[in-house]
Design a binder for this molecule. Structure first.
Ligand SMILES: *Cc1c(COP(=O)(O)O)cnc(C)c1O
Length: 245
C-alpha cells in the first residue's frame, strides 16, 4: 500500500517540528539559567486557521493565544478541541469588546488601564464566570511626567502595581500576574529584568499573582533567564504569518 501524503499531514509535520525546535530552545535556556521549572508555552495562533489549532491540540498543545476579538471568536467557535484548550487573549482590547472576549477567553493577558478592568469585571459578572487577568506592563523608560509611553501597549511600569491592586479589588477577575513585550530597539534581557522587579513587587502584595508572561519567538531565551513563567510563541512554531496588520 502506498501512502499518499496529504496537505494536512505535511502541515502537521511542520507544526510538530516547530514545537520540537522551540521545546529544544526552552530546554537549553532552562539549563543555561539553572532553572528546572518549565514555563507554560502559549502558542500564538493569530492569522492562522482553526485547522492549525486542531492540529496543535492533537500534538499536545494546551494553551493558545489570540490578539483580535473578531478573529478569535470566529476561530474558536470552530475548533473541535476547544474543551481541552486554555485561550489567552493577548491583544489590545477596547472596552466595548469586553463582553465578547469574556465569552471565550480563559485569560486576558493585556489589561493595561482601569476602565478596561471595570468593563471586564462587569462582563464576567454578567456571564457568571471568573476571568484570569494579567496586567500588561510597558517596559519603556518613563520620562518624568510622561504617561504616554505605550508604544507596544501596557501601563507604564511605574504604575503597574496600582493597576494590579485595582484588578485584585474586583468581584470577578483573578489577578494572576504581569505580561510584557520587550520594547522595540531595547535590549530584551534588560527589559525583562525590569519586568521581573515589577512582578516581584506585585507578587509581594498579591501572592497568587505569580505569572510572568514574557518572551516571544525572538527573545524567549532572555525571558527564561529573567524568570518568565509563560512564553507566547507564534512564528517559531507556525511559520511567518500569512498577513500583517
Ligand atoms: C504576535 C504576538 C506574540 C507572538 O510573536 P512571535 O514573534 O510570532 O512569536 C507574542 N505576544 C504578543 C502580544 C503578540 O501580539
Amino acid at each position: 500500500m502506498t501512502e499518499v501524503p496529504s496537505a494536512e499531514g505535511s502541515r502537521r509535520d511542520q507544526l510538530a517540528e516547530g514545537l520540537r525546535s522551540v521545546g529544544a530552545r526552552i530546554d537549553a535556556a532552562l539549563a543555561a539559567s539553572g532553572r528546572d521549572d518549565r514555563p507554560t508555552l502559549v502558542v500564538v495562533t493569530k492569522f492562522f486557521p482553526a485547522s492549525d489549532v486542531d492540529l496543535l491540540a492533537g500534538l499536545g498543545v494546551r494553551d493558545v493565544g489570540e490578539n483580535r476579538d473578531q478573529e478569535a471568536s470566529a476561530k474558536y467557535a470552530a475548533v473541535a478541541h476547544r474543551a481541552d484548550l486554555t485561550l489567552h487573549f493577548i491583544g489590545q482590547l477596547q472596552r466595548n469588546k469586553a463582553h465578547s472576549v469574556v465569552r471565550y477567553a480563559d485569560v486576558v493577558q493585556s489589561v493595561d488601564r482601569a476602565p478596561l478592568v471595570t468593563a471586564l469585571d462587569r462582563a464576567a459578572q454578567a456571564e457568571q464566570r471568573r476571568l484570569a487577568v494579567l496586567v500588561q506592563v510597558s517596559l519603556e523608560d518613563v520620562e518624568e511626567g510622561d504617561g504616554t509611553a505605550e508604544a507596544r501597549g501596557g501601563v507604564p511600569w511605574t504604575r503597574a502595581q496600582a493597576l494590579a491592586d485595582t484588578v485584585a479589588a474586583t468581584e470577578a477577575l483573578d489577578l494572576r500576574g504581569v505580561m510584557a513585550v520587550a520594547p522595540l530597539g531595547a535590549e530584551p534581557r534588560a527589559a525583562f529584568a525590569r519586568l521581573r522587579r515589577v512582578a516581584e513587587a506585585v507578587r509581594s502584595a498579591h501572592p497568587q499573582a505569580w505569572w510572568v508572561s514574557a518572551g516571544m519567538s525572538g527573545d524567549l531565551e532572555e525571558a527564561i533567564a529573567e524568570g518568565a513563567t509563560h512564553l507566547r510563541v507564534g512564528t517559531a512554531i507556525l511559520g511567518s504569518r500569512p498577513s500583517h496588520r
